[in-house]
Design a protein around this ligand. Sequence first.
Ligand code: UDP
Ligand code: MG
Length: 334
Amino acid sequence: MTVRSGAPPRLSVVIPVYNEAPTLNELLSRTIAVLADLTPDYEVVVVDDGSEDATPDLLAKASTHNPRIRNVRLTRNFGQNAALNCGLFEATGDFVVTMDGDLQNPPEEIPKLLAAFAADVDLVSGLRTQRYEQVWRYWGSRAVHWLARLLVGRQLQDYGGQFKAYRREVIEATRQAWSPGKPFFALAVWLGFRVREVPVRHEKRRSGKTRYSLWALTRLNLEIMTSFSPAPLLAAWIAPVLCLAAGCAASVTAWWRGSALLWLGAAMAYGLGLVSLAVAWLASYIARLYRIAAGGAPGWVEMPARVTPPRFVSTGRLAREPATDDEHVAPTHS
Ligand code: UDP
Ligand code: MG
């Protein structure tokens, strides 16, 4: 990396892998070629998420051969998000790029992500302009995306995918607010960091198949629903309001008509109203605890200093595609 001013920043690339032996060597050699072209100070943190194929052996060999490849091995398969978070916590770079390990995110697109950093950009998100996945998966991820937009409250075009680049400050602040299961990228966006979306190539999976089943996607949806907003909890207030209103209406009508049956109905509505009131009251306390936990201590995040980040400039040893202009900067919280 050629840097215009100051000390060269350190660059980390984090890659979670699970049974990716067939393409692992190509992934590493292409990634390293790109990074070496950009900077002398880089590391590749590969998190082996409990692979059962030749991935651990290949990684051990690769990291012995090139100490810039850091090999983190998890005891079992914890899932892509856990492996990715582990890598993010391990990475030491001033700028950290995350990407998939199945070559669907071409490493040659990394410079495009890095070039998008500016004084008012804290994190850069790869926007998949063209996607290769089954129809059910496409619609499943549209649903996740819709939910994320609703609950995170920011109009990003693409919440999915893991081809992203973070500034160190973003990682540190997001880590404070993180708890197991929370999607790191969406959390950073929810905290208010400024995102720029940049179109990147997305390629077909070359070997094996996606690890995301319908069940895994459903779990991810549930995770998102409970990660960003206590609104679903506070919806518990709807029941007592409705029950007590129904109780009032039923008692007035019962008094007017002198109907014993309606008095019984009113009593039942009041009873249900009181029970659901107690539940809603409890939910409010839980929502309060949730808010304390969700923002992390102290509950707010300071805007990183508005310094112009160093530009990463290729030495030109590798051919690069021209950057596209149709970038999208997401608005901050509405
Ligand atoms: N992955 C992982 N642990 C898992 C599943 C996947 O580390 O339990 C890795 C996988 O090796 C790949 C990345 O996460 O590098 C994305 O996985 P996948 O291709 O299955 O997801 P998709 O591209 O379908 O979203
Ligand atoms: Mg994939």
